[in-house]
Design a protein around this ligand. Structure first.
Ligand code: UTP
Length: 476
C-alpha cells in the first residue's frame, strides 16, 4: 500500500477522511508535507478523544470530600506549622552544590492574551532595564553558578510555532553567557484542533492540519522524547526546577523550596509546589486541595463557589493555597510519567476561535465565535500521581509578577509595580530609604538584577544606592 492509501484508510477508520479533501490539488511537496503531518498524529486515539472531550463536554467531577491542602508557611516560625528552615536551606544548598538541580522553563505557549509578536520569553519585562524574560532567567542561572559553584543546566521547551524564533533569539544574544552546552531547546508536541460541532479535525490550510501545542503537561512527553531526561541523567541532575515563562520574579534556585521537596518528612520528593495565599475568593488561581489523601490542584473555575468563599474563624480563606505554577519535579518521576501508561495525564478541553478551511467548499472561515476545541494537558495533574507532595507558601511580592495580559491585571505594568515593590523591600531591609507616595507605594521604579542579588542577603554595600530620588528609575 502506498503512503497515500494507508493514510486514507487510517483516516477513514478514524472518521477523519476530509483531511485529504484537497490533497489532489496540492503541489507534490505540499502533498508530502500534509501526509507527514497526518501520519505524525495518533489517529487511532482520535475517535475516543472526540467522544470524550469534543462532542461531549466533560463536567469536572468534584469529589465530595475536598479538604484544603496543608502547606509550609512562608514564615517558618508561624505557630500553625513551625519548621526548621535552616535545615531545609542547607539541604537545598547541598543539592545545588552537588549539581543535582536543573532548570526547566515551559515556553511553548502562544501568549495570545499579551498579543506580543514573538516568543513570550523575548518580551522586555525588566521594570527599568526592559531586559527580556529569558535574560532575567539566564542571569539567575549565572548568579547561581557563582553562588553554588556548579552549572545549573537549562532545558527550554518551545513549540513548533516558536522554536526557531526562540533559538535564534538565544543565538543572537550568545546564549546570555551561559554556554551553548548548558542549554537544551526542544519543541513540545501538538494536538489537532477539532471542530466543535462535528468533532472533525480542522484544516488550517488546504494542505495543513490545524494544530495547537499540547499544553504545559506536554512537557512530560517532550522531556522524554527529546532526550532531555537522558541528558539530565548523564549530568547527575536529579531534580528539575519548573517555571513558566511569564514571571520575572520567579526564584529558579530557591534552596529552602528545594530542601523541602527533597527532605521534608511528608514529601516523596517526586513533585512539590509553591503557592501564594489567594487574595479573594474569585481570584483566578487554581487551588491546592487534598483529595483522597493526595494533593491536587482544582482549577478556579471548577472549585464550587461555596468552598471558594469559605473562611476560617480568623477570616482567612479556608481554600487559600493559590497555585502559581512553580514546581520541583524529580527526574525519575518525570520518566515514570512519560513511560508508564498508567500515569498518562488527562486532557482538558478549551473552546477557541480557530481560523480554518471549510472542507466541503475550500472557503476560508474566520470565526466570530468559538468554533474549535483544543485539547491540552496540564502539568499540575501530575500531582495526583505522586505518592505524597508538599506545598510551600511564598510571598506575592517576592515571587509573583506574571505578564499575561496587555493591560490591567497581570500585565507589564502590574509586573513592573511588583518588581519595584520587591526591590524596594530588599533595599529597605538594607537601610536604603525608598521614596514613597501617600499610599505607601514606592514613588519610583526599581529593579534588582539577579546578577546583583538572588535574595536580600546577597546585596553587598556596593550595590546599595545612596539616594533614590522621587520619580527615579533605577536598576541595580
Ligand atoms: P498560559 O496558560 O499563560 O498560556 O501558559 P499561553 O499560551 O502562554 O498564553 P495565552 O493563554 O495564549 O495568553 C502558562 C505557561 O505554560 C506555557 C506557556 O509558555 C507559559 O509559560 N505553555 C502553555 C506551554 O509551554 N505550552 C503550552 O501548550 C501551553
Amino acid at each position: 500500500m502506498t503512503t497515500l492509501e494507508s493514510t486514507r484508510s487510517r483516516l477513514a477508520a478514524a472518521g477523519q477522511d476530509h483531511l485529504l479533501a484537497f490533497h489532489d490539488r496540492l503541489a507534490p511537496p505540499q502533498q508530502d508535507a500534509l501526509l507527514a503531518q497526518i501520519n505524525a498524529l495518533d489517529l487511532e486515539a482520535v475517535p475516543a478523544l472526540v467522544r470524550a472531550y469534543v462532542t461531549a463536554k466533560p463536567t469536572p467531577a468534584i469529589p465530595r470530600d475536598v479538604q484544603p491542602a496543608a502547606y509550609y508557611p512562608f514564615n517558618p516560625d508561624a505557630p500553625a506549622r513551625p519548621y526548621n528552615a535552616a535545615q531545609y536551606r542547607a539541604a537545598g544548598d547541598a543539592l545545588l552544590r552537588a549539581g543535582k538541580v536543573g532548570a526547566f522553563v515551559v515556553a511553548g505557549g502562544q501568549g495570545s492574551r499579551l498579543g506580543y509578536e514573538g516568543p513570550k520569553g523575548c518580551y522586555p519585562a525588566g521594570a527599568v532595564s526592559r531586559k527580556p524574560l529569558f535574560q532575567i532567567f539566564a542571569e539567575q542561572l549565572l548568579a547561581a553558578r557563582t553562588k553554588f559553584g556548579r552549572v545549573v543546566p537549562w532545558y527550554i521547551m518551545t513549540s513548533p510555532l516558536n522554536h526557531d524564533a526562540t533559538t535564534d533569539f538565544f543565538r543572537a544574544h550568545d546564549f546570555f553567557g551561559l554556554g551553548r552546552e548548558n542549554l537544551m531547546f526542544f519543541p513540545q508536541g501538538v494536538m489537532p484542533s477539532f471542530d466543535l460541532a462535528s468533532g472533525r479535525i480542522l484544516l488550517a490550510e488546504p494542505g495543513v492540519v490545524a494544530t495547537n501545542p499540547d499544553g504545559h503537561g506536554g512537557a512530560v512527553r517532550a522531556l522524554h522524547s527529546s532526550g532531555a531526561l537522558d541528558d539530565m541523567q548523564r549530568r547527575g541532575v536529579e531534580h528539575l526546577s519548573y517555571i513558566q515563562v511569564d514571571n520575572p520574579l520567579v526564584r529558579i534556585t530557591d534552596p529552602v523550596f528545594l530542601g523541602l521537596h527533597a527532605a521534608a518528612p511528608d514529601s516523596s520528593a517526586e513533585m512539590s509546589s509553591k503557592m501564594i495565599p489567594k487574595a479573594y475568593p474569585g481570584e483566578k488561581l487554581g487551588v491546592f486541595c487534598r483529595v483522597d489523601g493526595k494533593t491536587e490542584v482544582i482549577e478556579y473555575s471548577d472549585l464550587p463557589a461555596a468552598l471558594a468563599e469559605e473562611r476560617l474563624p480568623d477570616g482567612t480563606l479556608r481554600f487559600v493555597c493559590g497555585s502559581i505554577a512553580i514546581h520541583v519535579l524529580a527526574v525519575e518521576f518525570i520518566r515514570r510519567l512519560a513511560t508508564d501508561p498508567r500515569f498518562a495525564l488527562p486532557y482538558h478541553r478549551a473552546e477557541k476561535k480557530v481560523p480554518c478551511i471549510d472542507p466541503a467548499t475550500g472557503a476560508r472561515v474566520e470565526p466570530a465565535a468559538p468554533n474549535g476545541v483544543k485539547l491540552e494537558r496540564f502539568i499540575f495533574d501530575a500531582l495526583a500521581m505522586c505518592r505524597s507532595s508538599v506545598v510551600y507558601e511564598t510571598d506575592r511580592v517576592e515571587e509573583f509578577a506574571p505578564i499575561k495580559n496587555a493591560s490591567g491585571l497581570d500585565s507589564p505594568e502590574s509586573s513592573a509595580r511588583i518588581q519595584t515593590a520587591r526591590a524596594a523591600r530588599w533595599l529597605g531591609s538594607r537601610g536604603v530609604r525608598v521614596p514613597r507616595n501617600p499610599a505607601g507605594d514606592p514613588d519610583c521604579t526599581l529593579e534588582i538584577s539577579p546578577l546583583t542579588a538572588l535574595e536580600p542577603a546577597d546585596l553587598g554595600p556596593d550595590a546599595l544606592p545612596r539616594v533614590i530620588e522621587r520619580g527615579a528609575s533605577l536598576a541595580v
